[in-house]
Every structure is written in C-alpha cells, then in structure tokens.
Design a binder for this molecule. Structure first.
Ligand code: IVH
Length: 700
C-alpha cells in the first residue's frame, strides 16, 4: 500500500507514470505502483485536503489504469481505485448484524451536566482526575465498516443499533474511505470501525444549486443529504453527492497472535485515532484534543463552540471520551450508551432574515394558523423559509410586521422559532399583520372562543378541514395506511376522487391508474394497505376520527371502556368524565362529535365498510392482572423502553394516563424523575413505585 512509501517516492512515481501514458504495457508491469500512486493522490485530496497534482493529471493516470485493467482483467484487484464505481444498481439491501452493537451517546447541555458526569466517572474509576479525549460531534449519518485482511469487506448503516443494512457499494463512492488499509502492519486481521458520513457545507450548497437547476426540490440540510444517500439505488447518484467520512471509533478487532504492534495504539482512544490516521482514514486526529480533568473539557468545548461556523462541515456538539481503554472497560455501559462517553450539545443557533408575508392555514379542527414566509436562511443546519407564528396574540407579543427583519432561532432538531422582530431596523414601509375575519378557504366567518388564543373556521365542510381530516385519518399513528400519505390525499381530493373519509374505501382505482406516477404496483400496494386498515384496532380508529382533544392515550381509554364504538355515542358527558384522563373539556368535545349528524352518518358508513368497530382486546384484558388500574411513567427507565413499558400495561389490562391526577393509581419512576413525581407525592392515593416493582407487579 502507498503508506509503505515516502511522499517524495510517490511523487517520483507519479512523474514516472505520467511519462508512460502512451506505454500501457510498460506501465502494466508496475500496475500495483500505479494503483498506489492513485490511492495516494486520493488520500491527499480527500483526506488531507492538500492535493499534489491537478484533477486533470489524476484523470490521465486513472484512465491509464482503466485501460490496462480492461485489456488484462486478471490484473484487477478488489481494492483497485477503479473498483469504486460499480456498474450495478443496488437491488434492495440485506440486513447484517454489527459485530458489536452500535450504541448512542448520552447528551449533556451545560457545564453542570459535564461536572455531574465527571463525578460519576471518578466514582466509578476511583481516580481523582481522568484523562479525556474530546472531538467534534459530526452531524451526518453513522456507519460501520469492517476490514478483513486489509480489505474493506462491508459497510453497514446504523439500523436499530444491533443490525443495519449493507451498503458497501454506496460507501465505496465516499472517496476518503480507503478500499484497503494496512491494518496488518498493526497486527490486526479483522476490525470494525465506526464513523459518520457527512456532506460539507460547500458540497451541500453546490448540490442544492444543481438540484434546483434541474427543477428538483432542494434538500433541507447536509445531514439529511448524507443520510438520504446511504440507501440510494444507484451508486452513481451517491457519487454525485460528494460525501465525506470521519472515522472515530474502533469497536472490535482480532489480532494476529504473533504481532503486538497494535497494543501501542490500541490502549487509548487517541491512540486508535492515530492508528486510523496512519491507515489512511480521515479520523479526527487533528481535530481531537486530549486533556486532563473536566475543567479543561468545559473550557475546550466552549472554545470550540465559538468557532463552529468556521468549520467546513456541520457539527452539533462535541463528544467527550475517557481516553484510556482500560478505564473504558472498567466503566462499561448501560443498555443504551457507554458510561465512558458523553455528547455535549451546542446551544440554539440564531440568524436574522426578512419576514415577507403571512399565510393563514386552516387545520383539521378549523384552527387558523398564521405562518410567516421568510427570505430563506440557513440556520443550525437547515434552510428555513417558513415558520409557524401560532396565533394573533403571539404576533402581537413579538411585535411582528410584514417587512420586518426578524431574529430566528433553531436548536438541534427543534422546530425553528421567531425570537423577536428587530424594530430598530425598520425603514417605515413595514405593514401591520391583519388577521382575517373570514376563513381563507371557505370564506365563512371565523370565531374565537373565550379564553382561547386561536381563531377557528367552524364550517365542518370547509374543504381545508376535510382534506386535513383525511390526511390525519390515513397517517402513521392513526390508521397507518401506508403509501397513501398527504400528497395522495391532496391529489385525489383535487381530482374529485376523494371527498370524505369513507371515500377512502371506495376509491376509483381505474381513474387513479390514469394519473401520472401510478403504476400497477403502486395501485396494488395502495389497495392492499387500504384493505388492511379495516383491521386496525378500535383505539386507532377512534384516534383517526380526529375528535378534538382526543389524542392517542385518550383514544385508548375510550376504546377500552366500550365493547363497540357506537356505545360512545350514547354516553353522557358525566359518564365520559368517569373515564381516566377525561375531563370536562374532553367529555364535551366527544359528546359534540357523536351528536353531530354528519359524523354519525360517516360512522355508519365506516361500520358497513367493515372497519373494526368492536373492542377485541377488552375481554382479554379484563382478566389481566392490572385490569382497571391506571399508570404513568416518568424519568428514564433502565430496563424497558417507555413504549415497551406502556405496552406491558395495556397487555395486562391497565391503562396509561397522560398526567398526574387523583385518577392515577401508579406512578412508575425512573432516573431523573422531575415535576410529575413532585406532583404525585402530594396526592396520597397514588402509589409511587420503581421500575423493578412495576415488573414484579406485572409478574414479569
Ligand atoms: S462515538 C460507543 N464520536 O453521534 C460510542 N459518535 O448519539 C459511539 N457521532 O450514533 C459513538 N460524532 O452517529 C462518537 N466523534 C464522535 C461522533 C459520534 C458524531 C454520532 C454517532 C452516534 C451519535 C451519538
């Protein structure tokens, strides 16, 4: 491999082959040298960002190698630079298991969090000060690479952490990832390494310009651009994205018993980064910092945060790792993350832009939401051009005017917000925002209930509401009609093929087949998904109806309390209020829904169409040992995921409620429980129990 040569030697070889461009046979006699020259220049360009030859010179040498290999295919090796560009398309991806599960990291947000974490680390290790290695937290898509006998044999997505999808062909398009690496020099036979595929800010902008020029929609941020590329069908499309990769973690390796070279490097995290760097990877070798004690860590992460914008790629924080592998082993891990590492997340990011207009959107329940249309601005990793400004009061509070320069903020995955307008920058032509008196879609008069901030269109037949209700009905958490989705609802509605919810079950597929983009396969999928949704359990159907204030939890309560959906139609507000989690407001809304003639008509249609109106689980759960008991979970559970714990409750006939009230029977507390616990302590009928006690209760 090229690492065996000095830079001067490689440069001399480059000149030698450049002089041999017309003498293929002569060059063929030294084909491995030619490959090394190309590998070296890829490394200089993609890893070191310090090329020694021009793109043109590189291309000439590359074509020379291609010609030789074409004439003598026996000379092709799997790690030849020509082997990145495979010609075949990916036909689905196979699932493979990671050699070691890919864990995620615990998050911290401030100095106190880091101090706490360091204190625990010192307790666990019995040391007074710990040596830490700090590196950027790259904002991309995580990958896992396996090299065997120096060859890249597979690349895998994170998946669920235990198994992911094999994406080797696509990863070969990332030119900073070597197809072979001299791990054997370190006495290593097999190794699994982890890292992040990213797209630089510059490549992202260029790629989006290209997309726009092609008439395609731009991508939201470099992270999506990177993660969306991993499972692309055509590796050539991946190559177009100009992706990069940082490798920052050795998760597993097998050594050659005769060699001990690895021990020098693989006794600390910083040593492993050095080894990866020497093997030709872009590891955060230059970006990392090794320090003693948490004080230095805190200083360094803050200093780094100051200069994040000067980096050519996005980072969303820093990762702090205990440097010694022996200590890491001693500290171990929880079910979710290693105890020896923590992510430090950077603060919200702000930017200014101009508010150009306000658009008034009508939601499923008729609520009018003003949405600010902004000059597109790149902030915290996304391009923002539109932000909800909630309601009239909010607009007044923030003193927003059309034409204003506004300060906006975005923190991590959080939806961007307008922080404030900047009235000092007004020029005098700014216009006040006038809230409409009539629905922008159906023109009926808007109403605002006392004590409420939102204006509503109360015309139940308002087109905007009808469409939003259908969108909600088919959505993932509701009836989960796969391959339907918002776009199709809108298209079918506009084409007059879908007027209401029951209409979903009598779609004219012949007409849809005439629409652009619908082949036999997609129509079959749609038809099957619609049919399958008839079997969705009652609680999903209730949630899907979109009754105001009835979320998933209340829908489950309602479903569990009846044998048949239409029983709810006969319940009084008082009876409804007897149910867990149902207060005055919710009961009133449920009553209103079932009192409405159109709604009842729709329900009868749905029943006739064969949707699941019966509560199948009720009989089973009534015998369950948690029958009639209500539960709420708070804090971080250590053995179960929140969703698993809730499923256990339901399986045993109990119900989940969403808040602490006298109707709650059990509050199950995990680590770092907060205000819910405090509130529950004040109500002495609530039993406060641990996760273990909960498991005992269920007999698990
Ligand atoms: S270390 C066992 N180091 O952040 C430790 N992760 O939630 C493995 N990430 O899934 C992770 N930069 O995708 C590590 N320098 C870095 C990282 C990093 C980004 C990602 C990674 C991980 C997530 C943590």
């Amino acid at each position: 491999m090229y690492q065996a040569y000095q830079t001067q030697q490689l440069q001399a070889l480059t000149l030698k082959f450049s002089a041999m461009l017309q003498e293929e046979e002569k060059a063929a006699a030294h084909i491995e040298d030619l490959r090394n020259v190309l590998r070296f220049h890829e490394y200089r360009y993609y890893v070191m960002n310090a090329p020694l030859i021009s793109d043109y010179e590189f291309d000439q040498l590359y074509k020379l190698l291609e010609r030789i290999e074409k004439k003598q295919p026996a000379l092709v090796t799997p790690d030849s630079p020509t082997q990145r560009v495979g010609s075949s398309l990916n036909e689905g991806f196979t699932t493979v298991q990671h050699l070691v599960p890919m864990l995620s990291l615990e998050n911290s947000y401030n100095a106190d969090d880091l101090l706490d974490w360091d204190r625990k680390a010192r307790e666990l290790t019995g040391l007074e000060t710990i040596e830490y290695c700090i590196e950027p937290k790259f904002d991309g898509a995580s990958i896992s690479l396996v090299y065997e006998n120096d060859l890249l044999v597979r690349a895998v997505t994170r998946g669920d952490g235990v198994e992911g999808e094999e994406i080797t062909n696509n990863i070969k398009q990332v030119r900073s990832i070597p197809l072979s690496a001299p791990f054997s020099e370190f006495g290593i036979k097999q190794i699994e390494i982890r890292g992040e595929v990213i797209m630089s800010k510059r490549s992202f902008e260029k790629y989006n310009d290209w997309l726009t020029a092609q008439g395609q929609g731009a991508l939201a941020n470099p992270r999506n651009a990177a993660s969306g590329s991993l499972r692309m069908k055509d590796p050539k499309d991946v190559a177009k994205r100009n992706l990069e990769a940082f490798l920052y973690h050795v998760s597993y390796y097998i050594t050659d018993t005769n060699s001990h070279t690895h021990t020098q490097y693989l006794s600390s995290h910083s040593g492993s980064l050095e080894m990866l760097w020497q093997c030709g990877f872009r590891s955060p070798q230059q970006e990392k910092q090794v320090v003693k004690g948490i004080g230095e860590v805190i200083k360094h992460v803050h200093d780094f945060e100051e200069m994040r914008d000067t980096l050519p790629y996005e980072i969303d924080g820093m990762v702090v790792k205990v440097n010694s592998f022996a200590l890491q082993d001693r500290m171990g891990m929880t079910t979710h993350h290693p105890r020896w590492a923590i992510a430090f997340k950077f603060k919200a990011r702000q930017a200014t832009t101009v508010l150009r207009a306000i658009e008034f959107q009508v939601g499923r329940t008729g609520a009018i939401t003003p949405v600010a249309k902004l000059d597109p601005v790149y902030i915290g990793g996304v391009t923002v051009s539109s932000i909800s400004v909630h309601n009239e009061d909010y607009i007044r509070e923030k003193d927003l005017k059309i034409g204003d320069t506004v300060l906006i903020e975005r923190a991590g995955d959080v939806i961007p917000q307008i922080v404030q307008s900047l009235p000092d920058l007004r020029k005098g032509h700014e216009q006040p925002i006038v809230f409409p008196k009539h629905c922008p879609v159906c023109n009926s008069e808007l109403f605002r209930e006392e004590g409420e901030a939102v204006w509503r269109c109360i015309n139940i037949e308002c087109e905007a509401q009808v469409v939003e209700r259908i969108i909600h009905f088919v959505s993932k958490d509701a009836m989960d009609i796969k391959s339907f989705g918002e776009a199709n609802v809108r298209r079918f509605y506009e084409a007059g093929l879908l007027k209401d919810i029951p209409g979903i079950y009598s779609l004219d597929f012949n007409a849809i087949a005439q629409m652009e983009g619908f082949g036999k396969k997609s129509i079959d999928n749609l038809r099957t998904a619609i049919e399958a949704s008839k079997q969705q359990p009652l609680h999903r159907l209730i949630y899907a109806l979109g009754i105001r204030y009835v979320g998933e939890t209340t829908a489950k309560t309602l479903a569990n309390s009846v044998d048949q959906l239409l029983v709810l139609a006969d319940m009084s507000e008082e009876q409804l209020q007897q149910l867990e989690d149902v207060g005055v407001k919710v009961a009133k809304s449920i009553r209103q829904f079932f009192h409405n003639k159109e709604n009842l008509h729709m329900l009868r249609q749905l029943e006739q169409l064969g949707l699941q109106f019966k509560n199948e689980k009720k009989e089973m759960a009534e015998g369950g040992n948690l029958s009639g008991q209500s539960f709420l979970f708070t804090g971080t559970l250590s053995k179960l995921k929140r969703s698993e714990a809730e499923a256990i409750v339901e399986k045993h006939g109990g119900v989940i409620v969403s808040g602490v009230s006298s109707k709650l029977n059990y509050l199950v507390v995990g680590e770092d429980a907060g205000s819910k616990l405090e509130k529950a302590k004040k109500i002495n009928t609530i039993k406060i129990i641990t996760e273990d006690a909960f498991l005992q209760l269920t007999g698990m």
